[in-house]
Design a protein. Structure first.
Length: 177
C-alpha cells in the first residue's frame, strides 16, 4: 500500500484524537511509523494500525474505517484539488474513479494498486461494485460520504452484498436524495 494512505490515516487519527494517539498506536503495533508518501508498505501494517485504533477507541473497525474515509476527503482535497475541481458534483467525481482519478494516482505513485469499480446507473442511483483483495469497502463508503459532504450533497448508502460476508464482490448502492 502506498505511503500516502498511511500519511492520510495518521493525519485523520492525529487530527481527531491527538498526535499522542498515533504514537500509542505505533507502540501497540510495534511499527516504526516512518511512511513516506511515495513509499510502498505492507497492507498488513495499515490493517494492524486500524485494528489497534479500533480497540483503543472501542469503535468497531467498519465504523472506524468509514470515519477515516470521510475525514480524509478534506485532506485529499488540499493535496489534489484538481481531482475535485474538475468534477461539478459527487456523482461525476465517483463515476470518474476508474477513468480519471485512479490513472492519475498511478502516475503520481508508481505501482499503486487501486481498486477497480464497476457502475450500474439509474436516474437517482449508482450501484458501485467494489472488488479488492484488501476488502476496504467500509473505507470506500467513508470516502463516498466525504465526497458527498465536499459537494454539499446527501447520498444514502446501502450495501446489499459484502466480501466480508463471503460475497465475491461488494455492491454499494448510492441513492441521491
Amino acid at each position: 500500500m502506498k505511503g500516502i494512505i498511511f500519511n492520510i490515516v495518521e493525519e485523520v487519527i492525529s487530527g481527531t484524537s491527538g498526535p499522542e494517539t498515533w504514537d500509542e498506536l505505533l507502540i501497540l503495533t510495534e511499527l516504526s511509523g516512518v511512511y513516506t508518501s511515495l513509499g510502498s508498505y505492507p497492507d498488513k501494517e495499515l490493517m494492524d494500525l486500524v485494528a489497534a485504533a479500533s480497540k483503543l477507541s472501542d469503535t468497531p473497525t467498519p465504523e472506524l474505517l468509514e470515519c477515516i474515509g470521510r475525514d480524509a476527503i478534506p485532506l485529499l482535497y488540499e493535496r489534489f484539488p484538481k481531482f475535485f475541481d474538475d468534477a461539478p458534483d459527487a456523482r461525476t467525481f465517483i463515476l470518474g474513479l476508474n477513468t480519471i482519478i485512479h490513472p492519475e494516482v498511478r502516475k503520481l505513485y508508481a505501482r499503486a494498486s487501486c481498486p477497480h469499480f464497476n457502475f450500474v446507473e439509474t436516474a437517482d442511483t449508482v450501484t458501485l461494485g467494489y472488488n479488492s483483495p484488501r476488502k476496504l469497502c467500509h473505507l470506500a463508503q467513508g470516502f463516498i460520504d466525504g465526497v458527498a459532504r465536499h459537494y454539499g450533497e446527501q447520498i444514502a448508502m446501502e450495501q446489499p452484498t459484502c466480501m466480508h460476508d463471503g460475497a465475491p464482490m461488494c455492491h454499494i448502492r448510492l441513492i441521491w436524495s
